[in-house]
Design a protein around this ligand. Structure first.
Ligand SMILES: Nc1ncnc2c1ncn2[C@@H]1O[C@H](COP(=O)(O)OP(=O)(O)OP(=O)(O)O)[C@@H](O)[C@H]1O
Ligand SMILES: [Mg+2]
Length: 260
Protein backbone atom coordinates (compact mmCIF):
# COMPACT_ATOMS: atom_id res chain seq x y z
CA UNK A 1 0.00 0.00 0.00
CA UNK A 2 1.21 3.51 -0.75
CA UNK A 3 1.31 6.67 1.37
CA UNK A 4 -0.51 8.53 -1.39
CA UNK A 5 -3.77 10.15 -0.38
CA UNK A 6 -6.50 10.70 -2.95
CA UNK A 7 -8.69 13.70 -2.15
CA UNK A 8 -11.94 14.35 -3.99
CA UNK A 9 -13.56 17.77 -3.87
CA UNK A 10 -17.28 18.11 -4.53
CA UNK A 11 -18.88 20.55 -6.86
CA UNK A 12 -19.19 23.66 -4.74
CA UNK A 13 -17.78 27.03 -5.73
CA UNK A 14 -14.08 27.82 -5.67
CA UNK A 15 -14.62 30.45 -2.97
CA UNK A 16 -15.90 27.73 -0.63
CA UNK A 17 -12.90 25.55 -1.45
CA UNK A 18 -10.03 28.02 -0.92
CA UNK A 19 -9.42 26.82 2.61
CA UNK A 20 -9.35 23.11 1.80
CA UNK A 21 -7.10 23.82 -1.20
CA UNK A 22 -4.63 25.53 1.15
CA UNK A 23 -4.72 22.36 3.22
CA UNK A 24 -4.14 20.18 0.15
CA UNK A 25 -1.09 22.32 -0.65
CA UNK A 26 0.21 21.85 2.92
CA UNK A 27 -0.30 18.09 2.99
CA UNK A 28 1.33 17.80 -0.46
CA UNK A 29 4.59 19.10 1.07
CA UNK A 30 4.68 16.02 3.33
CA UNK A 31 3.14 13.18 1.31
CA UNK A 32 1.96 12.53 -2.24
CA UNK A 33 -1.53 13.84 -2.98
CA UNK A 34 -3.77 13.26 -5.97
CA UNK A 35 -6.75 15.61 -6.24
CA UNK A 36 -9.91 14.61 -8.09
CA UNK A 37 -12.80 16.99 -8.55
CA UNK A 38 -16.50 16.85 -9.32
CA UNK A 39 -18.49 19.75 -10.61
CA UNK A 40 -22.11 18.74 -10.37
CA UNK A 41 -23.46 22.14 -9.39
CA UNK A 42 -21.34 24.04 -11.91
CA UNK A 43 -22.41 21.61 -14.63
CA UNK A 44 -26.09 22.04 -13.79
CA UNK A 45 -25.60 25.81 -14.06
CA UNK A 46 -23.99 25.54 -17.51
CA UNK A 47 -26.45 22.93 -18.77
CA UNK A 48 -29.34 25.21 -17.80
CA UNK A 49 -27.66 28.21 -19.39
CA UNK A 50 -27.21 26.24 -22.63
CA UNK A 51 -30.67 24.68 -22.50
CA UNK A 52 -29.42 21.07 -22.30
CA UNK A 53 -31.74 18.84 -20.26
CA UNK A 54 -30.35 16.12 -17.98
CA UNK A 55 -31.77 13.90 -15.26
CA UNK A 56 -30.30 11.70 -12.56
CA UNK A 57 -30.63 7.94 -12.22
CA UNK A 58 -29.46 6.57 -8.82
CA UNK A 59 -27.37 9.70 -8.29
CA UNK A 60 -25.71 9.47 -11.73
CA UNK A 61 -26.26 12.12 -14.38
CA UNK A 62 -27.72 10.54 -17.53
CA UNK A 63 -25.36 11.90 -20.20
CA UNK A 64 -26.22 12.24 -23.90
CA UNK A 65 -23.67 13.55 -26.46
CA UNK A 66 -24.76 17.19 -25.89
CA UNK A 67 -24.44 16.85 -22.11
CA UNK A 68 -21.05 15.14 -22.50
CA UNK A 69 -19.77 18.09 -24.51
CA UNK A 70 -20.80 20.43 -21.70
CA UNK A 71 -19.37 18.07 -19.07
CA UNK A 72 -16.00 17.96 -20.83
CA UNK A 73 -15.94 21.74 -21.29
CA UNK A 74 -16.95 22.55 -17.72
CA UNK A 75 -14.99 19.86 -15.87
CA UNK A 76 -11.74 19.91 -17.84
CA UNK A 77 -11.97 23.55 -18.87
CA UNK A 78 -13.58 25.63 -16.16
CA UNK A 79 -13.36 23.67 -12.91
CA UNK A 80 -10.01 21.92 -13.43
CA UNK A 81 -8.24 25.12 -14.50
CA UNK A 82 -9.65 27.04 -11.54
CA UNK A 83 -8.45 24.42 -9.07
CA UNK A 84 -5.00 24.17 -10.64
CA UNK A 85 -4.65 27.96 -10.54
CA UNK A 86 -5.78 28.13 -6.90
CA UNK A 87 -3.35 25.37 -5.88
CA UNK A 88 -0.51 27.09 -7.71
CA UNK A 89 -1.40 30.30 -5.83
CA UNK A 90 -1.05 28.26 -2.64
CA UNK A 91 2.51 27.32 -3.64
CA UNK A 92 1.66 23.86 -4.90
CA UNK A 93 3.05 22.54 -8.21
CA UNK A 94 -0.33 21.39 -9.51
CA UNK A 95 -0.86 19.91 -12.98
CA UNK A 96 -4.33 19.49 -14.48
CA UNK A 97 -5.37 16.51 -16.55
CA UNK A 98 -8.51 14.54 -17.22
CA UNK A 99 -8.88 10.78 -17.23
CA UNK A 100 -8.52 11.01 -21.03
CA UNK A 101 -5.02 12.54 -20.88
CA UNK A 102 -2.28 9.96 -21.27
CA UNK A 103 -4.98 7.26 -21.12
CA UNK A 104 -5.13 7.80 -17.35
CA UNK A 105 -8.59 6.34 -16.71
CA UNK A 106 -10.04 3.38 -18.57
CA UNK A 107 -13.79 3.10 -18.24
CA UNK A 108 -16.57 0.64 -18.84
CA UNK A 109 -19.98 1.98 -19.82
CA UNK A 110 -22.76 1.67 -17.23
CA UNK A 111 -26.22 0.55 -18.39
CA UNK A 112 -29.09 3.04 -18.89
CA UNK A 113 -27.17 6.27 -18.14
CA UNK A 114 -25.81 7.13 -21.60
CA UNK A 115 -22.16 8.20 -21.89
CA UNK A 116 -21.27 7.39 -18.29
CA UNK A 117 -18.51 4.96 -17.37
CA UNK A 118 -17.15 3.41 -14.23
CA UNK A 119 -13.36 3.21 -13.81
CA UNK A 120 -11.93 -0.23 -14.56
CA UNK A 121 -8.29 0.67 -15.06
CA UNK A 122 -5.73 3.31 -14.10
CA UNK A 123 -2.46 4.13 -15.83
CA UNK A 124 -0.51 4.20 -12.62
CA UNK A 125 2.92 5.01 -14.10
CA UNK A 126 1.61 8.37 -15.33
CA UNK A 127 0.50 9.45 -11.84
CA UNK A 128 3.67 8.01 -10.28
CA UNK A 129 5.87 10.03 -12.63
CA UNK A 130 4.01 13.24 -11.76
CA UNK A 131 4.26 12.49 -8.03
CA UNK A 132 7.97 11.67 -8.30
CA UNK A 133 8.46 15.05 -9.98
CA UNK A 134 6.82 16.68 -6.93
CA UNK A 135 3.64 17.60 -8.79
CA UNK A 136 0.08 17.31 -7.60
CA UNK A 137 -2.12 15.79 -10.31
CA UNK A 138 -5.56 17.40 -10.45
CA UNK A 139 -7.87 14.99 -12.25
CA UNK A 140 -11.14 15.83 -14.05
CA UNK A 141 -13.54 12.86 -14.07
CA UNK A 142 -13.62 11.77 -17.71
CA UNK A 143 -12.51 8.42 -19.12
CA UNK A 144 -12.43 6.52 -22.40
CA UNK A 145 -14.12 3.16 -22.76
CA UNK A 146 -12.74 0.13 -24.64
CA UNK A 147 -14.04 1.58 -27.95
CA UNK A 148 -12.29 4.88 -27.27
CA UNK A 149 -15.49 6.81 -26.54
CA UNK A 150 -15.04 9.66 -24.07
CA UNK A 151 -17.40 9.26 -21.13
CA UNK A 152 -18.44 11.19 -18.05
CA UNK A 153 -17.47 9.50 -14.77
CA UNK A 154 -19.02 10.25 -11.39
CA UNK A 155 -16.17 12.01 -9.60
CA UNK A 156 -16.44 9.83 -6.50
CA UNK A 157 -16.08 6.80 -8.75
CA UNK A 158 -13.06 8.37 -10.49
CA UNK A 159 -11.43 9.09 -7.11
CA UNK A 160 -12.13 5.59 -5.82
CA UNK A 161 -10.81 4.01 -9.04
CA UNK A 162 -7.61 6.06 -8.71
CA UNK A 163 -7.26 5.21 -5.01
CA UNK A 164 -7.66 1.48 -5.71
CA UNK A 165 -5.37 1.61 -8.76
CA UNK A 166 -2.64 3.47 -6.86
CA UNK A 167 -3.01 1.36 -3.72
CA UNK A 168 -3.68 4.55 -1.75
CA UNK A 169 -4.00 4.12 2.00
CA UNK A 170 -6.52 6.92 2.35
CA UNK A 171 -9.30 8.27 0.17
CA UNK A 172 -11.04 11.43 1.34
CA UNK A 173 -14.34 12.34 -0.32
CA UNK A 174 -14.99 15.98 0.57
CA UNK A 175 -18.58 17.03 0.15
CA UNK A 176 -21.12 19.60 1.34
CA UNK A 177 -22.49 17.61 4.29
CA UNK A 178 -20.72 16.53 7.48
CA UNK A 179 -20.92 12.84 6.57
CA UNK A 180 -23.46 10.05 6.07
CA UNK A 181 -26.67 10.53 8.05
CA UNK A 182 -28.85 7.74 9.44
CA UNK A 183 -32.66 7.65 9.40
CA UNK A 184 -32.92 10.04 12.36
CA UNK A 185 -30.59 12.57 10.74
CA UNK A 186 -27.64 11.71 13.01
CA UNK A 187 -24.16 11.81 11.44
CA UNK A 188 -22.50 8.40 11.59
CA UNK A 189 -18.80 8.24 12.58
CA UNK A 190 -18.43 4.97 10.68
CA UNK A 191 -20.45 2.71 8.45
CA UNK A 192 -19.88 -0.84 7.16
CA UNK A 193 -20.78 -2.24 3.75
CA UNK A 194 -23.83 -4.06 5.15
CA UNK A 195 -25.11 -0.98 6.98
CA UNK A 196 -24.59 1.15 3.87
CA UNK A 197 -26.52 -1.30 1.70
CA UNK A 198 -29.43 -1.31 4.14
CA UNK A 199 -29.53 2.51 4.27
CA UNK A 200 -29.43 2.71 0.46
CA UNK A 201 -32.19 0.06 0.16
CA UNK A 202 -34.54 1.91 2.53
CA UNK A 203 -33.84 5.29 0.89
CA UNK A 204 -32.07 6.89 3.88
CA UNK A 205 -29.00 7.30 1.69
CA UNK A 206 -30.14 8.94 -1.56
CA UNK A 207 -29.05 11.24 -4.39
CA UNK A 208 -25.33 11.85 -4.83
CA UNK A 209 -24.60 10.06 -1.54
CA UNK A 210 -25.41 6.69 -3.20
CA UNK A 211 -22.51 6.69 -5.71
CA UNK A 212 -20.31 8.28 -3.03
CA UNK A 213 -20.81 5.49 -0.48
CA UNK A 214 -20.50 2.83 -3.19
CA UNK A 215 -17.28 4.45 -4.43
CA UNK A 216 -15.89 4.59 -0.89
CA UNK A 217 -16.55 0.87 -0.48
CA UNK A 218 -14.95 0.03 -3.82
CA UNK A 219 -11.75 1.84 -2.81
CA UNK A 220 -11.19 -0.53 0.13
CA UNK A 221 -9.56 -3.21 -2.01
CA UNK A 222 -6.38 -3.08 0.08
CA UNK A 223 -6.17 -4.28 3.65
CA UNK A 224 -5.91 -1.28 5.96
CA UNK A 225 -7.18 1.19 3.36
CA UNK A 226 -9.77 3.68 4.57
CA UNK A 227 -12.27 5.97 2.91
CA UNK A 228 -13.64 9.05 4.66
CA UNK A 229 -16.67 11.14 3.64
CA UNK A 230 -16.45 14.61 5.20
CA UNK A 231 -17.45 18.27 4.92
CA UNK A 232 -14.80 20.07 2.87
CA UNK A 233 -15.90 23.50 4.13
CA UNK A 234 -15.21 22.78 7.82
CA UNK A 235 -12.12 24.34 9.43
CA UNK A 236 -9.11 22.04 9.16
CA UNK A 237 -11.21 19.60 7.12
CA UNK A 238 -8.40 17.65 5.49
CA UNK A 239 -6.23 17.22 8.59
CA UNK A 240 -9.27 16.16 10.59
CA UNK A 241 -10.54 13.79 7.90
CA UNK A 242 -7.14 12.08 7.90
CA UNK A 243 -6.67 11.86 11.68
CA UNK A 244 -9.85 12.51 13.67
CA UNK A 245 -12.18 9.50 13.81
CA UNK A 246 -15.10 11.62 15.04
CA UNK A 247 -14.92 13.87 11.96
CA UNK A 248 -16.92 12.78 8.90
CA UNK A 249 -17.92 9.18 8.23
CA UNK A 250 -15.38 6.38 7.86
CA UNK A 251 -16.53 3.73 5.46
CA UNK A 252 -15.21 0.24 6.12
CA UNK A 253 -15.75 -3.19 4.63
CA UNK A 254 -17.28 -5.86 6.87
CA UNK A 255 -13.78 -7.17 7.73
CA UNK A 256 -12.91 -3.87 9.37
CA UNK A 257 -16.19 -3.46 11.26
CA UNK A 258 -15.72 -2.59 14.88
CA UNK A 259 -12.25 -1.17 14.43
CA UNK A 260 -13.58 2.31 13.72
N1 LIG B 1 -28.09 9.79 4.19
C1 LIG B 1 -27.47 10.88 3.68
N2 LIG B 1 -26.50 11.50 4.39
C2 LIG B 1 -25.88 12.61 3.91
N3 LIG B 1 -26.15 13.18 2.69
C3 LIG B 1 -27.10 12.60 1.92
C4 LIG B 1 -27.81 11.43 2.39
N4 LIG B 1 -28.70 11.07 1.42
C5 LIG B 1 -28.58 11.98 0.43
N5 LIG B 1 -27.61 12.91 0.70
C6 LIG B 1 -27.25 14.02 -0.20
O1 LIG B 1 -26.02 13.75 -0.85
C7 LIG B 1 -25.41 15.02 -1.16
C8 LIG B 1 -23.94 14.87 -1.50
O2 LIG B 1 -23.77 14.36 -2.83
P1 LIG B 1 -23.62 15.32 -4.11
O3 LIG B 1 -23.41 14.45 -5.31
O4 LIG B 1 -24.75 16.27 -4.16
O5 LIG B 1 -22.33 16.22 -3.80
P2 LIG B 1 -20.79 15.98 -4.17
O6 LIG B 1 -20.60 14.56 -4.61
O7 LIG B 1 -20.02 16.44 -2.99
O8 LIG B 1 -20.51 16.95 -5.39
P3 LIG B 1 -20.29 16.54 -6.95
O9 LIG B 1 -21.38 15.57 -7.30
O10 LIG B 1 -20.38 17.83 -7.66
O11 LIG B 1 -18.93 15.94 -7.07
C9 LIG B 1 -25.68 15.81 0.11
O12 LIG B 1 -25.64 17.20 -0.12
C10 LIG B 1 -27.07 15.35 0.52
O13 LIG B 1 -28.07 16.22 0.03
MG1 LIG C 1 -21.72 13.74 -6.31
Amino acid sequence: MSEVVVVKLGGTTLAEQRQVLEEVAQVARRRPVVLVHGGGKRMTEWLERLGVQTRFENGLRVTDPAALEVAAAVLRGVVNSELVAALRDAGCDAVGLSGVDGGLLIGERLPNVGLVATVTGVRRDLIDSLLVAGQVPVVAPLARDAEGTVCNVNADDAAAGLAAGLGARQLVLMTDVDGVHDGSGRKLDSITADEAEALIADGTIGGGMVPKVKAALSALAWDGAEAIIADGSAAGALARALDDRTFGTRVSSRAHAGTA
